[in-house]
Design a protein around this ligand. Structure first.
Ligand SMILES: Cc1cc2nc3c(=O)[nH]c(=O)nc-3n(C[C@H](O)[C@H](O)[C@H](O)COP(=O)(O)OP(=O)(O)OC[C@H]3O[C@@H](n4cnc5c(N)ncnc54)[C@H](O)[C@@H]3O)c2cc1C
Length: 549
C-alpha cells in the first residue's frame, strides 16, 4: 500500500474549476473569465510551455516523444493492427496537445457536424458550428493576385504558409492535377474535395497553441488562477453535490471546491479516466477496482474513435526538406535563417500539402484525407523520429470516418497509473475496406507523371505491386494513429448511448460538464484541434448562458 499523502484545503472561492489546460481548457479559461464576474481555477498536470521545441514549428519532432511535455501513452495490443501496441503521444503541458501537435488547421467537413446532430447532439449542425469557427479564426493568407490578405477577427491565428514551404511541395499539386484530382486555391468551406497547401496554427514563425491564442491574455485577469504540475486525482461530493476536485502537487494532496461547476477538459484519454476514478462510469469496471459507484454511466470510456493512416516513403531525385534538415550543415543554415528572419525550413510544419479525396466508397462525400510531406522520415516504436539524409518524400492516407469504436478503462484506482487504451482498430468491414481504398489513392497519386519523374526508389513496401489483401495486411502491420482520439465521453440524447447532453452536462449529475475532444459524438473527417476549439467556444457560451439563468 502506498501511504496516503497529506491533504491541504484550497480556500479559494471558485465558481468554475477546469481540469486540464489543453485546447479546450485554455478556451474555457479565457471565455469564462472575460467578463470578470466569475472566478476560475485551471488545473494542469503538465508544466510550462516556455520551450523552444514547442514554439518553433519544426520542434514538433522533439516534443513528439519528450516525456517532460508528453504523456507518451501506449495502446494495448490491438488485434486489428497485427496485435501491435501503438505509441500515443498526448500533450502534458500548458496548451495540452495544441502545444505539441503538427499545427494543421482543418475544420472538418459539413456532414461531420450534421451527423453530430443526427446522433443526438442537438444544435451542433454545420450551420451552427460554422458561425463558431468564424468567430474563432483570423486567417493570414493570400488573395487572388497572390497579395497578402487577412480575414476574420478571432483570437486564433491560422496562416497559409505556402510562400515558405519547400519548393518540392508543388510537385504534389502538379501530380494531383496530372491525375484529375481537384486542386484547391485554399482550404475553404466552399469546396471540400481536393489537395491544397495546408493552413497552420502558426504566426510569424511561431506555433500558436490554445495557450497562446486564449490563455496568455487571460492570465492577466485577477479572477483566473492557474495551477500547473498538478495531477487531478478525482472529483468528490460535498453535501451530496459533486463540487470538489482533488489534485496532487508533489507529495501533497489538495482539495478545492467549485461553487458553480466542475468542467473536465482532460482530453479523450484522461477525461474518462478522471470520471471513472471518481466513481462515474460502468458499474462493473468501478466495482472491479473497489471504487464506490457515484453514478453507473455505462458509456464513460466507450465510443473511442481515432484516425489511422498508412504512410509510404520515397527517395526523390530532387532536393527536399531532407537536403536541409537531414544534414548537420543544412540544419545550421536553417537555424541561422530562422534566428534572423523567423522564416525558412524551421518555421513551417512538415505537413505541407493535403486534403480530402473521394475514394469511391459508399460515402458520397470525400472519405480519405491525404498528407504529402516533402521529407522522408521514420518514427521508432518508442516515438523517436529520424530524418533521412537523402532527399525523399512521404505520402500518407487516412480513412476519414472510421466506424470501429474502442474503449478507455482505468488500469487501477491509482490516478498515476496510465489508463488502458483499447483502440479496437479495423473492427468493422467498412473500416477494412476504407484501409484498402486509402492505399489505392496513394497508388493513384504515385502513378502521376510528375511524381514518377521525381521518384528514385521506394523505401517502404511497394504499393504498386500489392493486391487488396496485401494492402490490408500492410495497413495492419504498419498503419499508425494520427493522434485524434475522441468520443470517450460523447454527446447524445440519453445516458444509455452517451455521457453528456447537448450542453456538455454529464447526464444525471449536477454541476459537472466535460468539454474536450472526448465529447465528439463521432470523429470529424480531418484533424481534431479546430473542432475541439470550436466546441469549447460554444460550450463557454452555454455555461455563461446557464449562469445567467
Ligand atoms: C502529436 C500530435 C499531433 C497532432 N497534430 C494535429 C494537427 O496537426 N492538427 C490538429 O488539428 N490536431 C492535431 N492533433 C490533435 C489535437 O491537437 C487534439 O485533438 C486536441 O488538442 C485535443 O484537445 P483536448 O482539449 O481534447 O485535449 P488536450 O489538448 O490533450 O488537453 C488535455 C489537458 O488535460 C491535461 N490533463 C490530463 N489529465 C489530467 C489530470 N489528471 N490532471 C490535470 N490535468 C490533466 C493534459 O495534460 C492536457 O494538457 C495532434 C495531436 C498530437 C498528440
Amino acid at each position: 500500500m502506498r501511504p496516503a499523502p497529506p491533504i491541504e484545503y484550497d480556500s479559494g472561492n471558485y465558481d468554475y474549476v477546469i481540469v486540464g489546460a489543453g485546447s479546450a481548457g485554455c478556451v474555457l479559461a479565457d471565455r469564462l473569465t472575460a467578463s470578470g464576474r466569475h472566478r476560475v481555477l485551471l488545473i494542469e498536470a503538465g508544466g510550462s510551455d516556455a520551450r523552444l521545441a514547442i514554439k518553433v514549428p519544426i520542434g514538433y519532432g522533439f516534443t513528439f516523444s519528450d516525456r517532460r511535455v508528453n504523456w507518451a501513452y501506449r495502446t494495448q495490443a490491438d488485434p486489428g493492427l497485427a496485435s501491435r501496441s501503438i505509441y500515443w503521444p498526448r500533450g502534458k503541458v500548458i496548451g495540452g496537445c495544441s502545444s505539441i501537435n503538427a499545427m494543421a488547421y482543418v475544420r472538418g467537413l459539413p456532414h461531420d457536424f450534421d451527423d453530430w446532430e443526427r446522433n443526438g447532439a442537438n444544435g451542433w449542425n454545420w450551420a451552427a458550428v460554422r458561425r463558431a469557427f468564424l468567430n474563432l479564426e483570423i486567417f493570414r493568407g493570400f488573395g487572388d493576385q497572390g497579395e497578402p490578405t487577412v480575414r476574420g477577427v478571432g483570437p486564433l491565428c491560422v496562416s497559409d504558409l505556402r510562400d515558405q514551404m519547400h519548393p518540392f511541395s508543388s510537385r504534389f499539386l502538379e501530380s494531383a492535377r496530372d491525375i484529375g484530382w481537384p486542386v484547391l486555391r485554399s482550404t475553404d468551406d466552399r469546396e471540400q474535395e481536393g489537395l491544397t497547401y495546408f493552413c497552420s496554427t502558426v504566426r510569424n514563425g511561431y506555433r500558436v497553441s490554445a495557450a497562446d491564442a486564449f490563455l496568455r491574455a487571460a492570465l492577466r485577469r485577477p479572477n483566473l488562477r492557474v495551477v500547473a504540475n498538478a495531477l487531478v486525482t478525482r472529483l468528490s461530493t460535498k453535501d451530496d453535490r459533486l463540487s470538489r476536485v482533488h489534485y496532487r502537487v508533489g507529495g501533497t494532496e489538495h482539495v478545492c471546491e467549485a461553487n458553480a461547476e466542475i468542467i473536465v477538459s482532460a482530453g479523450a484519454v484522461n477525461s474518462p479516466q478522471i470520471l471513472q476514478l471518481s466513481g462515474i462510469g460502468p458499474q462493473d469496471l468501478l466495482q472491479s477496482h473497489g471504487i464506490p459507484v457515484l453514478r453507473d454511466l455505462k458509456q464513460v470510456g466507450k465510443g473511442l474513435q481515432d484516425h489511422l493512416a498508412i504512410s509510404h516513403l520515397y527517395e526523390a531525385t530532387e532536393p527536399t526538406l531532407n537536403t536541409v534538415l537531414g544534414r548537420w550543415l543544412g540544419r545550421v543554415g536553417a537555424g541561422l535563417r530562422y534566428a534572423v528572419t523567423r522564416r525558412g525550413a524551421l518555421s513551417v510544419p512538415v505537413n505541407q500539402v493535403g486534403g480530402f479525396i473521394r475514394s469511391g466508397g459508399p460515402d458520397s462525400a470525400p472519405d480519405i484525407q491525404i498528407f504529402c510531406n516533402p521529407a522522408s522520415y521514420s518514427v521508432s516504436a518508442s516515438g523517436k523520429p529520424h530524418m533521412d539524409r537523402k532527399p525523399g518524400y512521404l505520402l500518407s492516407a487516412q480513412p476519414c470516418r472510421p466506424t470501429s469504436r474502442g474503449e478507455i478503462r482505468i488500469a487501477s484506482p491509482d490516478p498515476r497509473d496510465a489508463p488502458l487504451i483499447h483502440p479496437n482498430s479495423l473492427a468493422t468491414e467498412e473500416d477494412r475496406l476504407g484501409a484498402i481504398r486509402a492505399g489505392k489513392l496513394i497508388r493513384d497519386l504515385l502513378a502521376a507523371p510528375t511524381l514518377r519523374r521525381v521518384t528514385r526508389s521506394t523505401k517502404t513496401p511497394d504499393i504498386r505491386q500489392m493486391t487488396d489483401d496485401d494492402m490490408l495486411d500492410d495497413f495492419r502491420s504498419r498503419a499508425s494513429t494520427v493522434f485524434h482520439p475522441c468520443g470517450t465521453c460523447r454527446m447524445g440524447a440519453t445516458s444509455a448511448t452517451s455521457v453528456v447532453d447537448s450542453r456538455l452536462r454529464v447526464h444525471d449529475i449536477d454541476g459537472l460538464r466535460v468539454v474536450d475532444a472526448s465529447t465528439f459524438p463521432n470523429i470529424t473527417s480531418g484533424n481534431t484541434n479546430a473542432p475541439t476549439l470550436m466546441l469549447a467556444m460554444r460550450a463557454a457560451d452555454m455555461i455563461l448562458e446557464d449562469a445567467r439563468g
